[in-house]
Design a protein around this ligand. Structure first.
Ligand SMILES: [Zn+2]
Ligand SMILES: [Zn+2]
Length: 255
C-alpha cells in the first residue's frame, strides 16, 4: 500500500467525484494521503476532510503565493486548526520565486513565522520551494534546532543540494516530474537519495505523471512515481512502497 504524502483533494476539481476517489483508495493501493492547505480556507477544508475520513490526514498552512494575505491573526487561526488530532504538519509553506505572487520579503517573513509555529507545536513542516533553493535553505539553517524537521515537497533542486536538506532533518519527496522523459534532475535525485529519506506524492490535481500527463492528477497515480523510483534504483516496487510509507508515517507521526 502506498502513501501519497501530498494531495490537494479539497480542491474544486474534485467536487464531482471526491467521495468516489476516497472510497477507491484501498482498491487503488492507497493506504492514506496527507492533504495540505494552501491558505486559511483550504486548510479548514483539509481538516474537515481529515475529520470525515480515516485515511486522510491534514496539514495546515499558507502557501507563499498567499503570503501577502497573512497577518498575526492568520497564525492564530492555524494554531487553533492544528489542535485537531488529524493535523500532522504545518504546510504547505515556503518560497516561490518562479511566480512571485507575493513580494519576496513578505514570503520570507511568513515562511519564518510558520516555521516558528511548527516548532512551537512540535510538528513537521511541508516545504514548497520553487526557484528559491538558496533562500529556503538559508532560512531553514537559521531556524534549525532539534524540533525542526519536515519534507521538501515535489523536490526540484539538485541531488547535491538534497544532502544539505537531509542534514537539516528533511525528507525528499518526489512527484510526477520524475516520470517525465526529459526530467534529468528528478531522476538523478531518485537514484541518488537513499530510500530511507524518500517520500512519494502526487500534488494532485497538478503535476500528473506519465502516462496520464495533461489530465487531472489523483492519488492513485502515485504508483507511477513509486514505479519509476523502483526502476531507477533497480529495486522492487514493493520495497519502494513499503519504505516510503514507513518514512511518511515516521515524519508525520502516524501510528
Ligand atoms: Zn507546492
Ligand atoms: Zn501542493
Amino acid at each position: 500500500m502506498l502513501i501519497d504524502s501530498h494531495a490537494h483533494l479539497d480542491g474544486s476539481r474534485f467536487d464531482n467525484d471526491r467521495e468516489k476517489i476516497i472510497q477507491n483508495f484501498k482498491e487503488d493501493g492507497i493506504e492514506l494521503i496527507v492533504n495540505p492547505g494552501a491558505d486559511v480556507a483550504t486548510s479548514v477544508k483539509a481538516v474537515s476532510l481529515a475529520k470525515k475520513h480515516k485515511n486522510i490526514y491534514a496539514a495546515v498552512g499558507v502557501h507563499p503565493h498567499e503570503a501577502k494575505t497573512m497577518d498575526e491573526n492568520t497564525i492564530e487561526i492555524l494554531r487553533e486548526l492544528a489542535t485537531n488530532e488529524k493535523v500532522v504538519a504545518i504546510g504547505e509553506i515556503g518560497l516561490d520565486y518562479h511566480y512571485d505572487n507575493s513580494p519576496r520579503e513578505i514570503q520570507k517573513k511568513w515562511f519564518r513565522e510558520q516555521i516558528k509555529l511548527a516548532k512551537e507545536l512540535d510538528l513537521p513542516i511541508i516545504i514548497h520551494d520553487r526557484d528559491a533553493h538558496e533562500d529556503t535553505y538559508n532560512i531553514l539553517k537559521e531556524e534549525n534546532d532539534d524540533r525542526l524537521r519536515g519534507i521538501m515537497h515535489c523536490y526540484q533542486s539538485s541531488l547535491e543540494m538534497s544532502q544539505q536538506f537531509i542534514d537539516l532533518g528533511f525528507y525528499i519527496s518526489l512527484a510526477g516530474p520524475v516520470t517525465f522523459k526529459n526530467a534529468k534532475t528528478p531522476k538523478e535525485v531518485a537514484e541518488g537519495v537513499p530510500l530511507d529519506k524518500l517520500l512519494i506524492e502526487t500534488d494532485s490535481p497538478y503535476l500528473t505523471p506519465h502516462p496520464h500527463r495533461g489530465k487531472r492528477n489523483e492519488p492513485a497515480y502515485v504508483r507511477y512515481v513509486a514505479g519509476m523510483i523502483a526502476e531507477l534504483k533497480g529495486i522492487s516496487y514493493e520495497e519502494v512502497a513499503k519504505k516510503t510509507a514507513e518514512n511518511a508515517k515516521k515524519i508525520f507521526n502516524i501510528k
